[in-house]
Write a protein that binds this ligand. Sequence first.
Ligand SMILES: [Zn+2]
Length: 254
Amino acid sequence: MPASSYRLDVLIQGYPGRSVCNGGLGWSTIALLRGGDRVILVDVGAFGVRRELGKQLAARGVDPAAVTDVVLTHAHYDHAVNFPLFPNATIWIGAEEISWAASQPPGFDPLPELYVQELASSPKVRRVAAGDTFLPGMRALAAPGHTPGHLVFTFDGTEVPIVFTGDAAKNRAELLSGEGADTEDAETSRRTIEMIWSLWRAHPGTLLVPGHDLTMRLDADGLPEYLGERKAGIKAWFDEDLERTTHFDLCPRC
Ligand SMILES: [Zn+2]
């Protein structure tokens, strides 16, 4: 099939924040690529996103059974646990990532132990080595730091190239500061973010899809600019019935 024939849809926007007293939000990016006979998801989100993800797929006429490939940046629960919802998909994850994740004892961290076991043993899972072009136009690069076997993916089957960074660079603040929060290795994360910048600058117009923020591209001054409008909020039941809710807007500059 010709190049530039895939379409990108970000089904779920990642959000660059966490709650103050209740742990991580786990609001991560889910992206859809469609072209030729392939329907690809890059990361699949946490349990809390299931209904919304189902809605977003339905809105685009995508049957979960028609998803051909699920590509995981890393093994954390908020990116990985929904892979069983796509029964006919091949699941792709870094070989080093799954070996590392499967060797970790249960801990107070974002690894979903039982899902990691399934990823480590299922015949539907294909292990990707850094440097591999494992799907047409999609190449994996080693992006350690946040987790030891984290991969970033470059994709050149769309009109402009895309870099999917997952949590190797979760948000704009990490890209601009060059520092990764929540990293297994701060210095390694710094080098990975430098590598991401070189991928991003290599081809003008390249889109960067991060794990917990809006899609960005570089403006004329080489600085990240957001594409699309951020939407995030919470509604809460603080009244005595279910009809009245209190809304908290989580987009201060929206
Ligand atoms: Zn993560």
